[in-house]
Design a protein around this ligand. Structure first.
Ligand SMILES: NC(=O)C1=CN([C@@H]2O[C@H](COP(=O)(O)OP(=O)(O)OC[C@H]3O[C@@H](n4cnc5c(N)ncnc54)[C@H](OP(=O)(O)O)[C@@H]3O)[C@@H](O)[C@H]2O)C=CC1
Ligand SMILES: CC(=O)N[C@@H](CCC(=O)OP(=O)(O)O)C(=O)O
Length: 342
């Protein structure tokens, strides 16, 4: 069986390292090139000792990659940098971008939320939103997939079917999300110090977080009218994981039944029995999303809890799921990882 030859740009970052973990154990992929910025020139095992026993290509600058024979590139770069780098790649190369650069379809919305004009609007037009459970057919034929925001996929999995089916009040959606610190990447910053993160929590980006625009875009599309959500992220002292508690107005029984039916055949989504709520431990290291629905004490309202691992279904695992579709492989190939617990 021939394997697809894969390049990982941004391999020295957290999502890049997670891609190395996933691609090296994928039966139909092999790593052809690994690129980095400050770490270019180093061995991957020197940047991440967890890879020291593996035979991996040395990290190089993106400009030094020989693209001949490479089938697909994953791009795990900061937003704004990603669009410049992807704009310079061969036009026939398949690309799965993990950044925010190609998620927002309206260039004016991008400029508003990201504070600058888009530098590759023609690529933005070409990109397919990288959520396989909802964009499966389009992903099979696209050249460029735009990986979803990690908070956004956590919230969209329960909310999209409910908006599509008109089962909730579209003007009353509240998403309260908690994330682990790896969501912020590996670059150094004072606020990421152990002493600044442990033994406490904080809300941030209240009513202003960039993912709010992505929620609005996808939920509005599903509902067929404008949807504006309330969204607040919180930082928890843990490495991996996102847990979103979502408050909606609608019949809890109908909501749970609709989600269970919608995802019955989806390998990476589990809807729990009524009244049960998932934990981040139950998805750690896996490509799973787990969703639980509980009736609120107030009649006609439901509280939904949704969890995933931000580095897997929230980023690199979902990127591999997209790549599988783009390369004509089984969607689940290389991704049936059991969660790591304890
Ligand atoms: N972490 C997460 O849970 C998620 C992240 N994302 C998105 O994925 C992307 C990558 O995130 P993450 O891996 O966490 O980030 P990291 O900060 O951990 O890694 C960033 C990577 O980009 C490289 N890089 C930085 N600046 C440049 C540059 N100017 N030119 C070329 N390469 C550069 C770095 O190389 P070097 O280290 O060698 O300098 C590193 O490999 C981001 O856009 C992020 O928003 C999306 C979903 C979830
Ligand atoms: C803990 C933490 O800081 N998390 C990041 C989420 C990163 C992510 O998924 O964002 P993009 O790919 O959209 O940049 C944040 O809140 O900005």
């Amino acid at each position: 069986m021939t394997r697809a030859r894969i390049a990982i740009i941004g391999a020295s970052g957290y999502t890049g390292a997670e891609l190395v973990r996933l691609v090296t154990s994928h039966p139909r992929m092999e790593i052809a090139a690994l690129a980095a910025d400050r770490n270019a020139g180093k061995a991957m095992g020197d940047v991440y000792p967890s890879f020291a026993h593996m035979d991996l290509p040395r990290l190089v600058a993106t400009d030094d990659i020989d693209w001949s024979g490479i089938d697909l590139a994953f791009c795990g770069l900061p937003h704004a940098t990603a669009q410049a780098v992807i704009g310079g790649l061969p036009r026939d190369l398949k690309v799965v971008d993990l950044s925010a650069d190609f998620r927002l379809r309206d260039a004016a919305v991008y400029a508003k939320w990201y504070g600058h004009e888009h530098h590759a609007p023609e690529l933005q037009d070409e990109a397919v939103y990288g959520l396989p459970e909802f964009y499966r057919d389009a992903l099979k034929t696209t050249r460029l997939a735009a990986g979803t925001g990690c908070f956004v996929v956590t919230g969209l999995m329960p909310l999209l079917p409910l908006c599509e089916a008109g089962l909730i009040d579209l003007d009353d959606i509240v998403i309260d999300a908690k994330t682990g610190i790896t969501g912020a990447g590996r670059s150094a910053a004072e606020w990421k110090l152990f002493s600044e993160v442990t033994e406490g929590t904080k809300a941030y980006g209240i009513a202003t977080h960039r993912h709010t625009a992505e929620f609005d875009q996808e939920l509005s599309k599903a509902a067929g009218r404008e949807v504006v959500v309330s969204f607040t992220p919180h930082l928890l002292p843990m490495n991996r994981g996102i847990l979103a508690t979502i408050y909606v107005k609608g019949d809890p029984e109908a909501i749970q039944a609709a989600l269970a039916a919608r995802y019955a055949a989806e390998p990476f989504v589990q809807v729990m029995p009524m009244g049960e709520a998932p934990t981040t431990w139950s998805v750690r290291g896996s490509n799973m999303v787990r969703i639980g629905v509980t009736p609120d004490r107030r009649p006609g309202r439901a509280i939904i809890v949704s969890v995933l691992d931000n580095l897997v279904k929230g980023a690199s695992g979902q990127a591999v799921q997209c790549a599988n579709l783009m390369l004509g492989f089984e969607e689940t190939e290389g991704l049936m990882l059991a969660p790591m617990f304890p």
